[in-house]
Each structure stands twice: as structure tokens, then as C-alpha cells.
Write a protein that binds this ligand. Structure first.
Ligand SMILES: Cc1cc2nc3c(=O)[nH]c(=O)nc-3n(C[C@H](O)[C@H](O)[C@H](O)COP(=O)(O)O)c2cc1C
Ligand SMILES: [Fe+2]
Ligand SMILES: [Fe+2]
Length: 394
């Protein structure tokens, strides 16, 4: 299936309804799309390939419009295999095509794929004429990898933006923002950017500024995953700006683990106290909330409170994994609350505290450590922590 998105520019991507975990990490209950765009002019260009197992379907989509052997340029905005692993398939069919990507992509491509095609590396803002259409390559490093660029189709004012402005969710024939369920798009888009690109929010902000400074009068934004924006491209630009903003939200998110419910008691008590103080609060049980949802809700929350039982002298393993995400995804420093329970020697909360302090986050007082059930005094400590959180969020 293909779809013309502007005169001579065709969507030829595919829907993935098979993969359960994107990057083998993040749930994609609504699937995902690998978008690819075919540009027909005096020269023929394809922008992005697809993930390898979908190569045949993708090539069939191209064949609906043109013989893929006639492709002159294979433009790879980004080397991640979700967009490039069908490269060997097209390389066999279009041996005269030239690969176009940034200089930083060149070694990466050679390390990933043994294909015998010419390459031409493009500098930032370099142009390539296809005849009547001009392509301008805008380097956007770290959105999502260091070699990434976007392709601007000058005359049509179409920005082929790669991972930027992408979303989870298969398209199912609804390619455009005026056809899709935008509530779902908003959720899946925010979850996508929060789970995949969090470590590089600063670079998303840089890229947004660059696009604004270039003064591109964008008519269509066509990313490499998810829907294409033709009705309101600024909607997704503004949303990405908000979602990657360094400014924290005035709310609190409790992330806790539990085996038998003792830690849950503290989490629920804290939630109740916070709500009574008028604090907006979200709660995740780390065993049942999918990690990408926890990351989405906590990446910009003003205060994170982490609760854990002790498990073999360490924090609950899934809480430990979450803290690992805070580090790996380079969460902005902010105050963090800690509580937990133990059965004998404890150790879980202490290890959490050490790690959080190493991350240069302030640990809020009081840190609550309870053996089994909380006593009256310990319950008072929960109230104290709630008050501290409320005062910090004012
Ligand atoms: C598998 C397992 C390992 C545990 N390891 C420790 C430990 O090393 N040190 C400790 O003080 N308590 C340990 N405990 C006891 C729990 O930390 C304690 O019962 C806690 O209150 C459980 O909280 P929960 O009901 O929220 O799961 C362990 C419990 C289990 C089930
Ligand atoms: Fe990517
Ligand atoms: Fe991608």
C-alpha cells in the first residue's frame, strides 16, 4: 500500500503488528510503523528503508509506483536498524543507487552492512537537486543518534524528520493527523519520545531551535514512525517542545515495589496525605506499570518518591532497574523522596539513598524505613514527608 503525501512524494512504509517490545524493551500494544518516503522526480530518491523482516512488503509498496531498480538515491537519515535493516535487500535490486547520509553515518553504515553501493556524505544544510525538487539535509545530532539528519524537501515544504516527531502505533491506513485518533497519538507520541529519546532531550531542544531559526515554513511533517502532520504540523512541534522541556512539572510521582503489601501501605498513606494537601500525584507499582509509562510520568515530574522493600539486602529488583533508568536516561536532578520496609537487617533504602545522592539529587527528609508494619510514629513520618513535598512544589 502507498499513499501520495504531496505531489510526487509517496508514503511507502509498513505497519509492524508483530513486534511486542520496541528495542526489545518497550511495549507497543498498538504496533509501530516504519515510515519510508519515495520521491519521484527526474531522479528518484527513497528516504529511509524499513526493518528487515518487512523488506518484501516495502519493496512491493515501491513497485506500485516505480521499479525499485530505478532508484538513484537511498537517503538514510538515521542508521538505527529499524530504518536501515532492509538496506541489503534494496542494495541487491538497485546497484546503481548512491547512499546519502551524514559523514558520521558512514563508518556506522560500513560496520552494520556489507553492501556494495556508492556513498555521498552530506554536510549540514547541503542541497541535492532531484530535478524540479531540491533536498536540503539538516543535521540533527542525537535525535536519536549522533549521525542523524532530517531531509527538507524545499519546494514542497515537507520535512522528513526521522525519529523526531515520531510516535508508536501502527497507521492502519490512517496516515494523517486529520484521520487519526489524536488522543491516542498524543499518548503514544509522548511515550515514544520519553522512552526512546529521553537521554537526548537537550538535543531535541537544539534541533527544535535550529528548525525555528532556519525559518522553514513547514507544510507537512513526515516522521519515520507514526502519523504524518499536514493539518497542524506545529501541534507536534509544540508538543515535542513541551515534552522535552527541562522545566519540571508541579506534581509528584510515587514509584514503588512490593512483594506482600507492606510497602504498599506506606505508598497509599503517602498518596492520601499528598492528595489532602492538594498535591497532584501519580502512582506506579513497578511490577505492573510498564517501564515506558513510568518513565513518561516521571521524566518531568517535580518530585519522584521511590518506595521499596529490602530484597536480599538490596532494593526490590524492579525498583533497582527503575533507578538504573533514571541514571541511563540522564533524568534532570530534582528532589527525591524515599521510603521502604524490611524484615530484619534492611539495606534496600540505604542503597537507594547512596545511589540517588551519587546522582546529585537531593534526598528529601525524612527518609522512611519501617520494619514490617508502620508504628504510629512512623506513620507521622509519612505525613512529614508529604508536607515537605507539598512545600517544595509550591
Ligand atoms: C525474597 C525476599 C528477600 C528478602 N530479603 C530481605 C533482606 O535481605 N533484608 C531484610 O531486612 N528483609 C528482607 N526481606 C523482608 C522484606 O523486606 C520485608 O518483609 C518487607 O516488609 C516486605 O515488604 P513488602 O510487603 O512490600 O514486599 C525479604 C523478603 C523476601 C520475600
Ligand atoms: Fe532511532
Ligand atoms: Fe526509529
Amino acid at each position: 500500500m502507498h499513499r501520495e503525501i504531496a505531489k510526487g512524494i509517496y508514503y511507502v512504509g509498513v505497519d509492524d503488528h508483530h513486534t511486542e517490545l520496541f528495542e526489545n524493551l518497550w511495549r507497543i500494544p498498538f504496533g509501530v510503523s516504519y515510515n519510508s518516503y519515495l520521491i519521484i522526480d527526474e531522479k528518484i530518491a527513497i528516504v529511509e528503508t524499513v526493518k528487515g523482516p518487512w523488506a518484501d512488503e516495502w519493496l512491493d509498496n515501491i513497485r506500485e509506483i516505480v521499479d525499485p531498480a530505478k532508484i538513484d538515491y537511498i537517503i538514510l537519515n538515521h542508521m538505527e536498524p529499524d530504518h536501515t535493516s532492509a538496506l541489503p535487500d534494496i542494495a541487491k535490486i538497485a546497484p546503481n543507487a548512491t547512499l546519502i547520509y551524514t559523514p558520521r553515518a558512514s563508518d556506522m553504515r560500513k560496520s552494520f552492512y556489507d553492501v556494495d553501493l556508492k556513498e555521498h556524505t552530506v554536510e549540514d544544510l547541503e542541497e541535492l537537486s532531484l530535478g524540479t525538487k531540491t533536498l536540503k539535509f539538516v543535521h540533527v545530532p542525537f535525535v536519536h543518534w549522533p549521525e542523524t539528519m532530517a531531509t527538507w524537501v524545499v519546494e514542497d515544504r515537507v520535512l522528513l524528520s526521522c525519529d523526531a516527531f515520531g510516535a508508536f502505533g501502527a497507521l492502519n491506513g490512517k496516515h494523517f493527523d486529520d484521520e487519526a485518533n489524536m488522543e491516542l497519538v498524543e499518548r503514544e507520541s509522548r511515550r515514544y519520545v520519553s522512552a526512546i529519546i529521553t537521554s537526548y532531550f537537550k538535543f531535541v531542544q537544539n534541533a527544535l531551535k535550529k528548525v525555528k531559526d532556519l525559518g522553514l515554513d513547514i507544510k507537512i511533517i513526515a516522521p519515520s514512525h507514526g502519523i504524518i502532520y499536514r493539518k497542524n504540523p506545529m501541534w507536534v512541534v509544540n508538543k515535542y517542545d513541551e515534552w522535552s522541556s527541562p522545566e519540571l512539572e508541579k506534581n509528584c510521582t510515587i514509584v514503588f515495589g512490593t512483594m506482600y503489601g507492606y510497602t504498599t501501605r506506606l505508598a497509599m498513606k503517602l498518596k492520601k496525605e499528598l492528595l489532602e494537601l492538594g498535591v497532584e500525584v501519580k502512582v506506579h507499582n513497578v511490577s505492573y506499570s510498564e517501564m515506558s509509562r513510568i518513565i513518561t510520568d516521571t521524566v518531568r515530574t517535580g518530585i519522584i518518591v521511590i518506595g521499596s522493600p529490602t530484597y536480599d539486602a538490596f532494593p526490590f529488583p524492579k525498583i533497582w532497574a527503575y533507578v538504573n533508568e533514571l541514571q541511563g536516561k540522564r533524568f534532570a536532578p530534582r528532589p527525591i523522596g524515599l521510603f521502604g520496609t524490611f524484615g530484619w537487617g534492611g539495606g534496600g533504602v540505604k542503597k537507594l539513598q547512596k545511589t540517588i545522592e551519587e546522582m546529585k539529587c537531593e534526598v528529601l527528609e525524612p527518609v522512611i524505613r519501617v520494619r514490617g508494619r508502620p508504628s504510629e510514629e512512623e506513620t507521622e513520618l509519612v505525613k512529614d514527608l508529604a508536607k515537605e513535598i507539598a512545600s517544595r512544589l509550591q
